[in-house]
Design a protein. Structure first.
Length: 81
């Protein structure tokens, strides 16, 4: 069963409560999303570690309930640049 954008956002916010999260349904099928996640907790982390933090917040839903998620992870400073 596909996940809704609201569910994805809620999971990410629960794991990264200080994050700004913007979810977009890329195909309108509830299966392919993009997420912009901006968090001060990403400061000093590599892109891989940032993505791992988001995947951790999703609690194992990636690859199962959530088929495809394109991630863009930024710090607030990077977002404003």
């Amino acid at each position: 069963m596909p996940m809704s954008a609201t569910e994805i956002e809620a999971l990410i916010r629960s794991g990264l409560p200080d994050a700004k999260v913007v979810i977009e349904d890329l195909r309108g099928d509830g299966d392919h999303y993009s997420a912009l996640v901006v968090s001060p907790s990403f400061t000093g982390l590599s892109r891989v570690r940032r993505h791992q933090a988001v995947y951790d917040a999703l609690g194992g839903k990636m690859g199962g309930d959530l088929h495809a998620l394109a991630l863009k992870t930024l710090t607030p400073e990077e977002e404003g640049a």
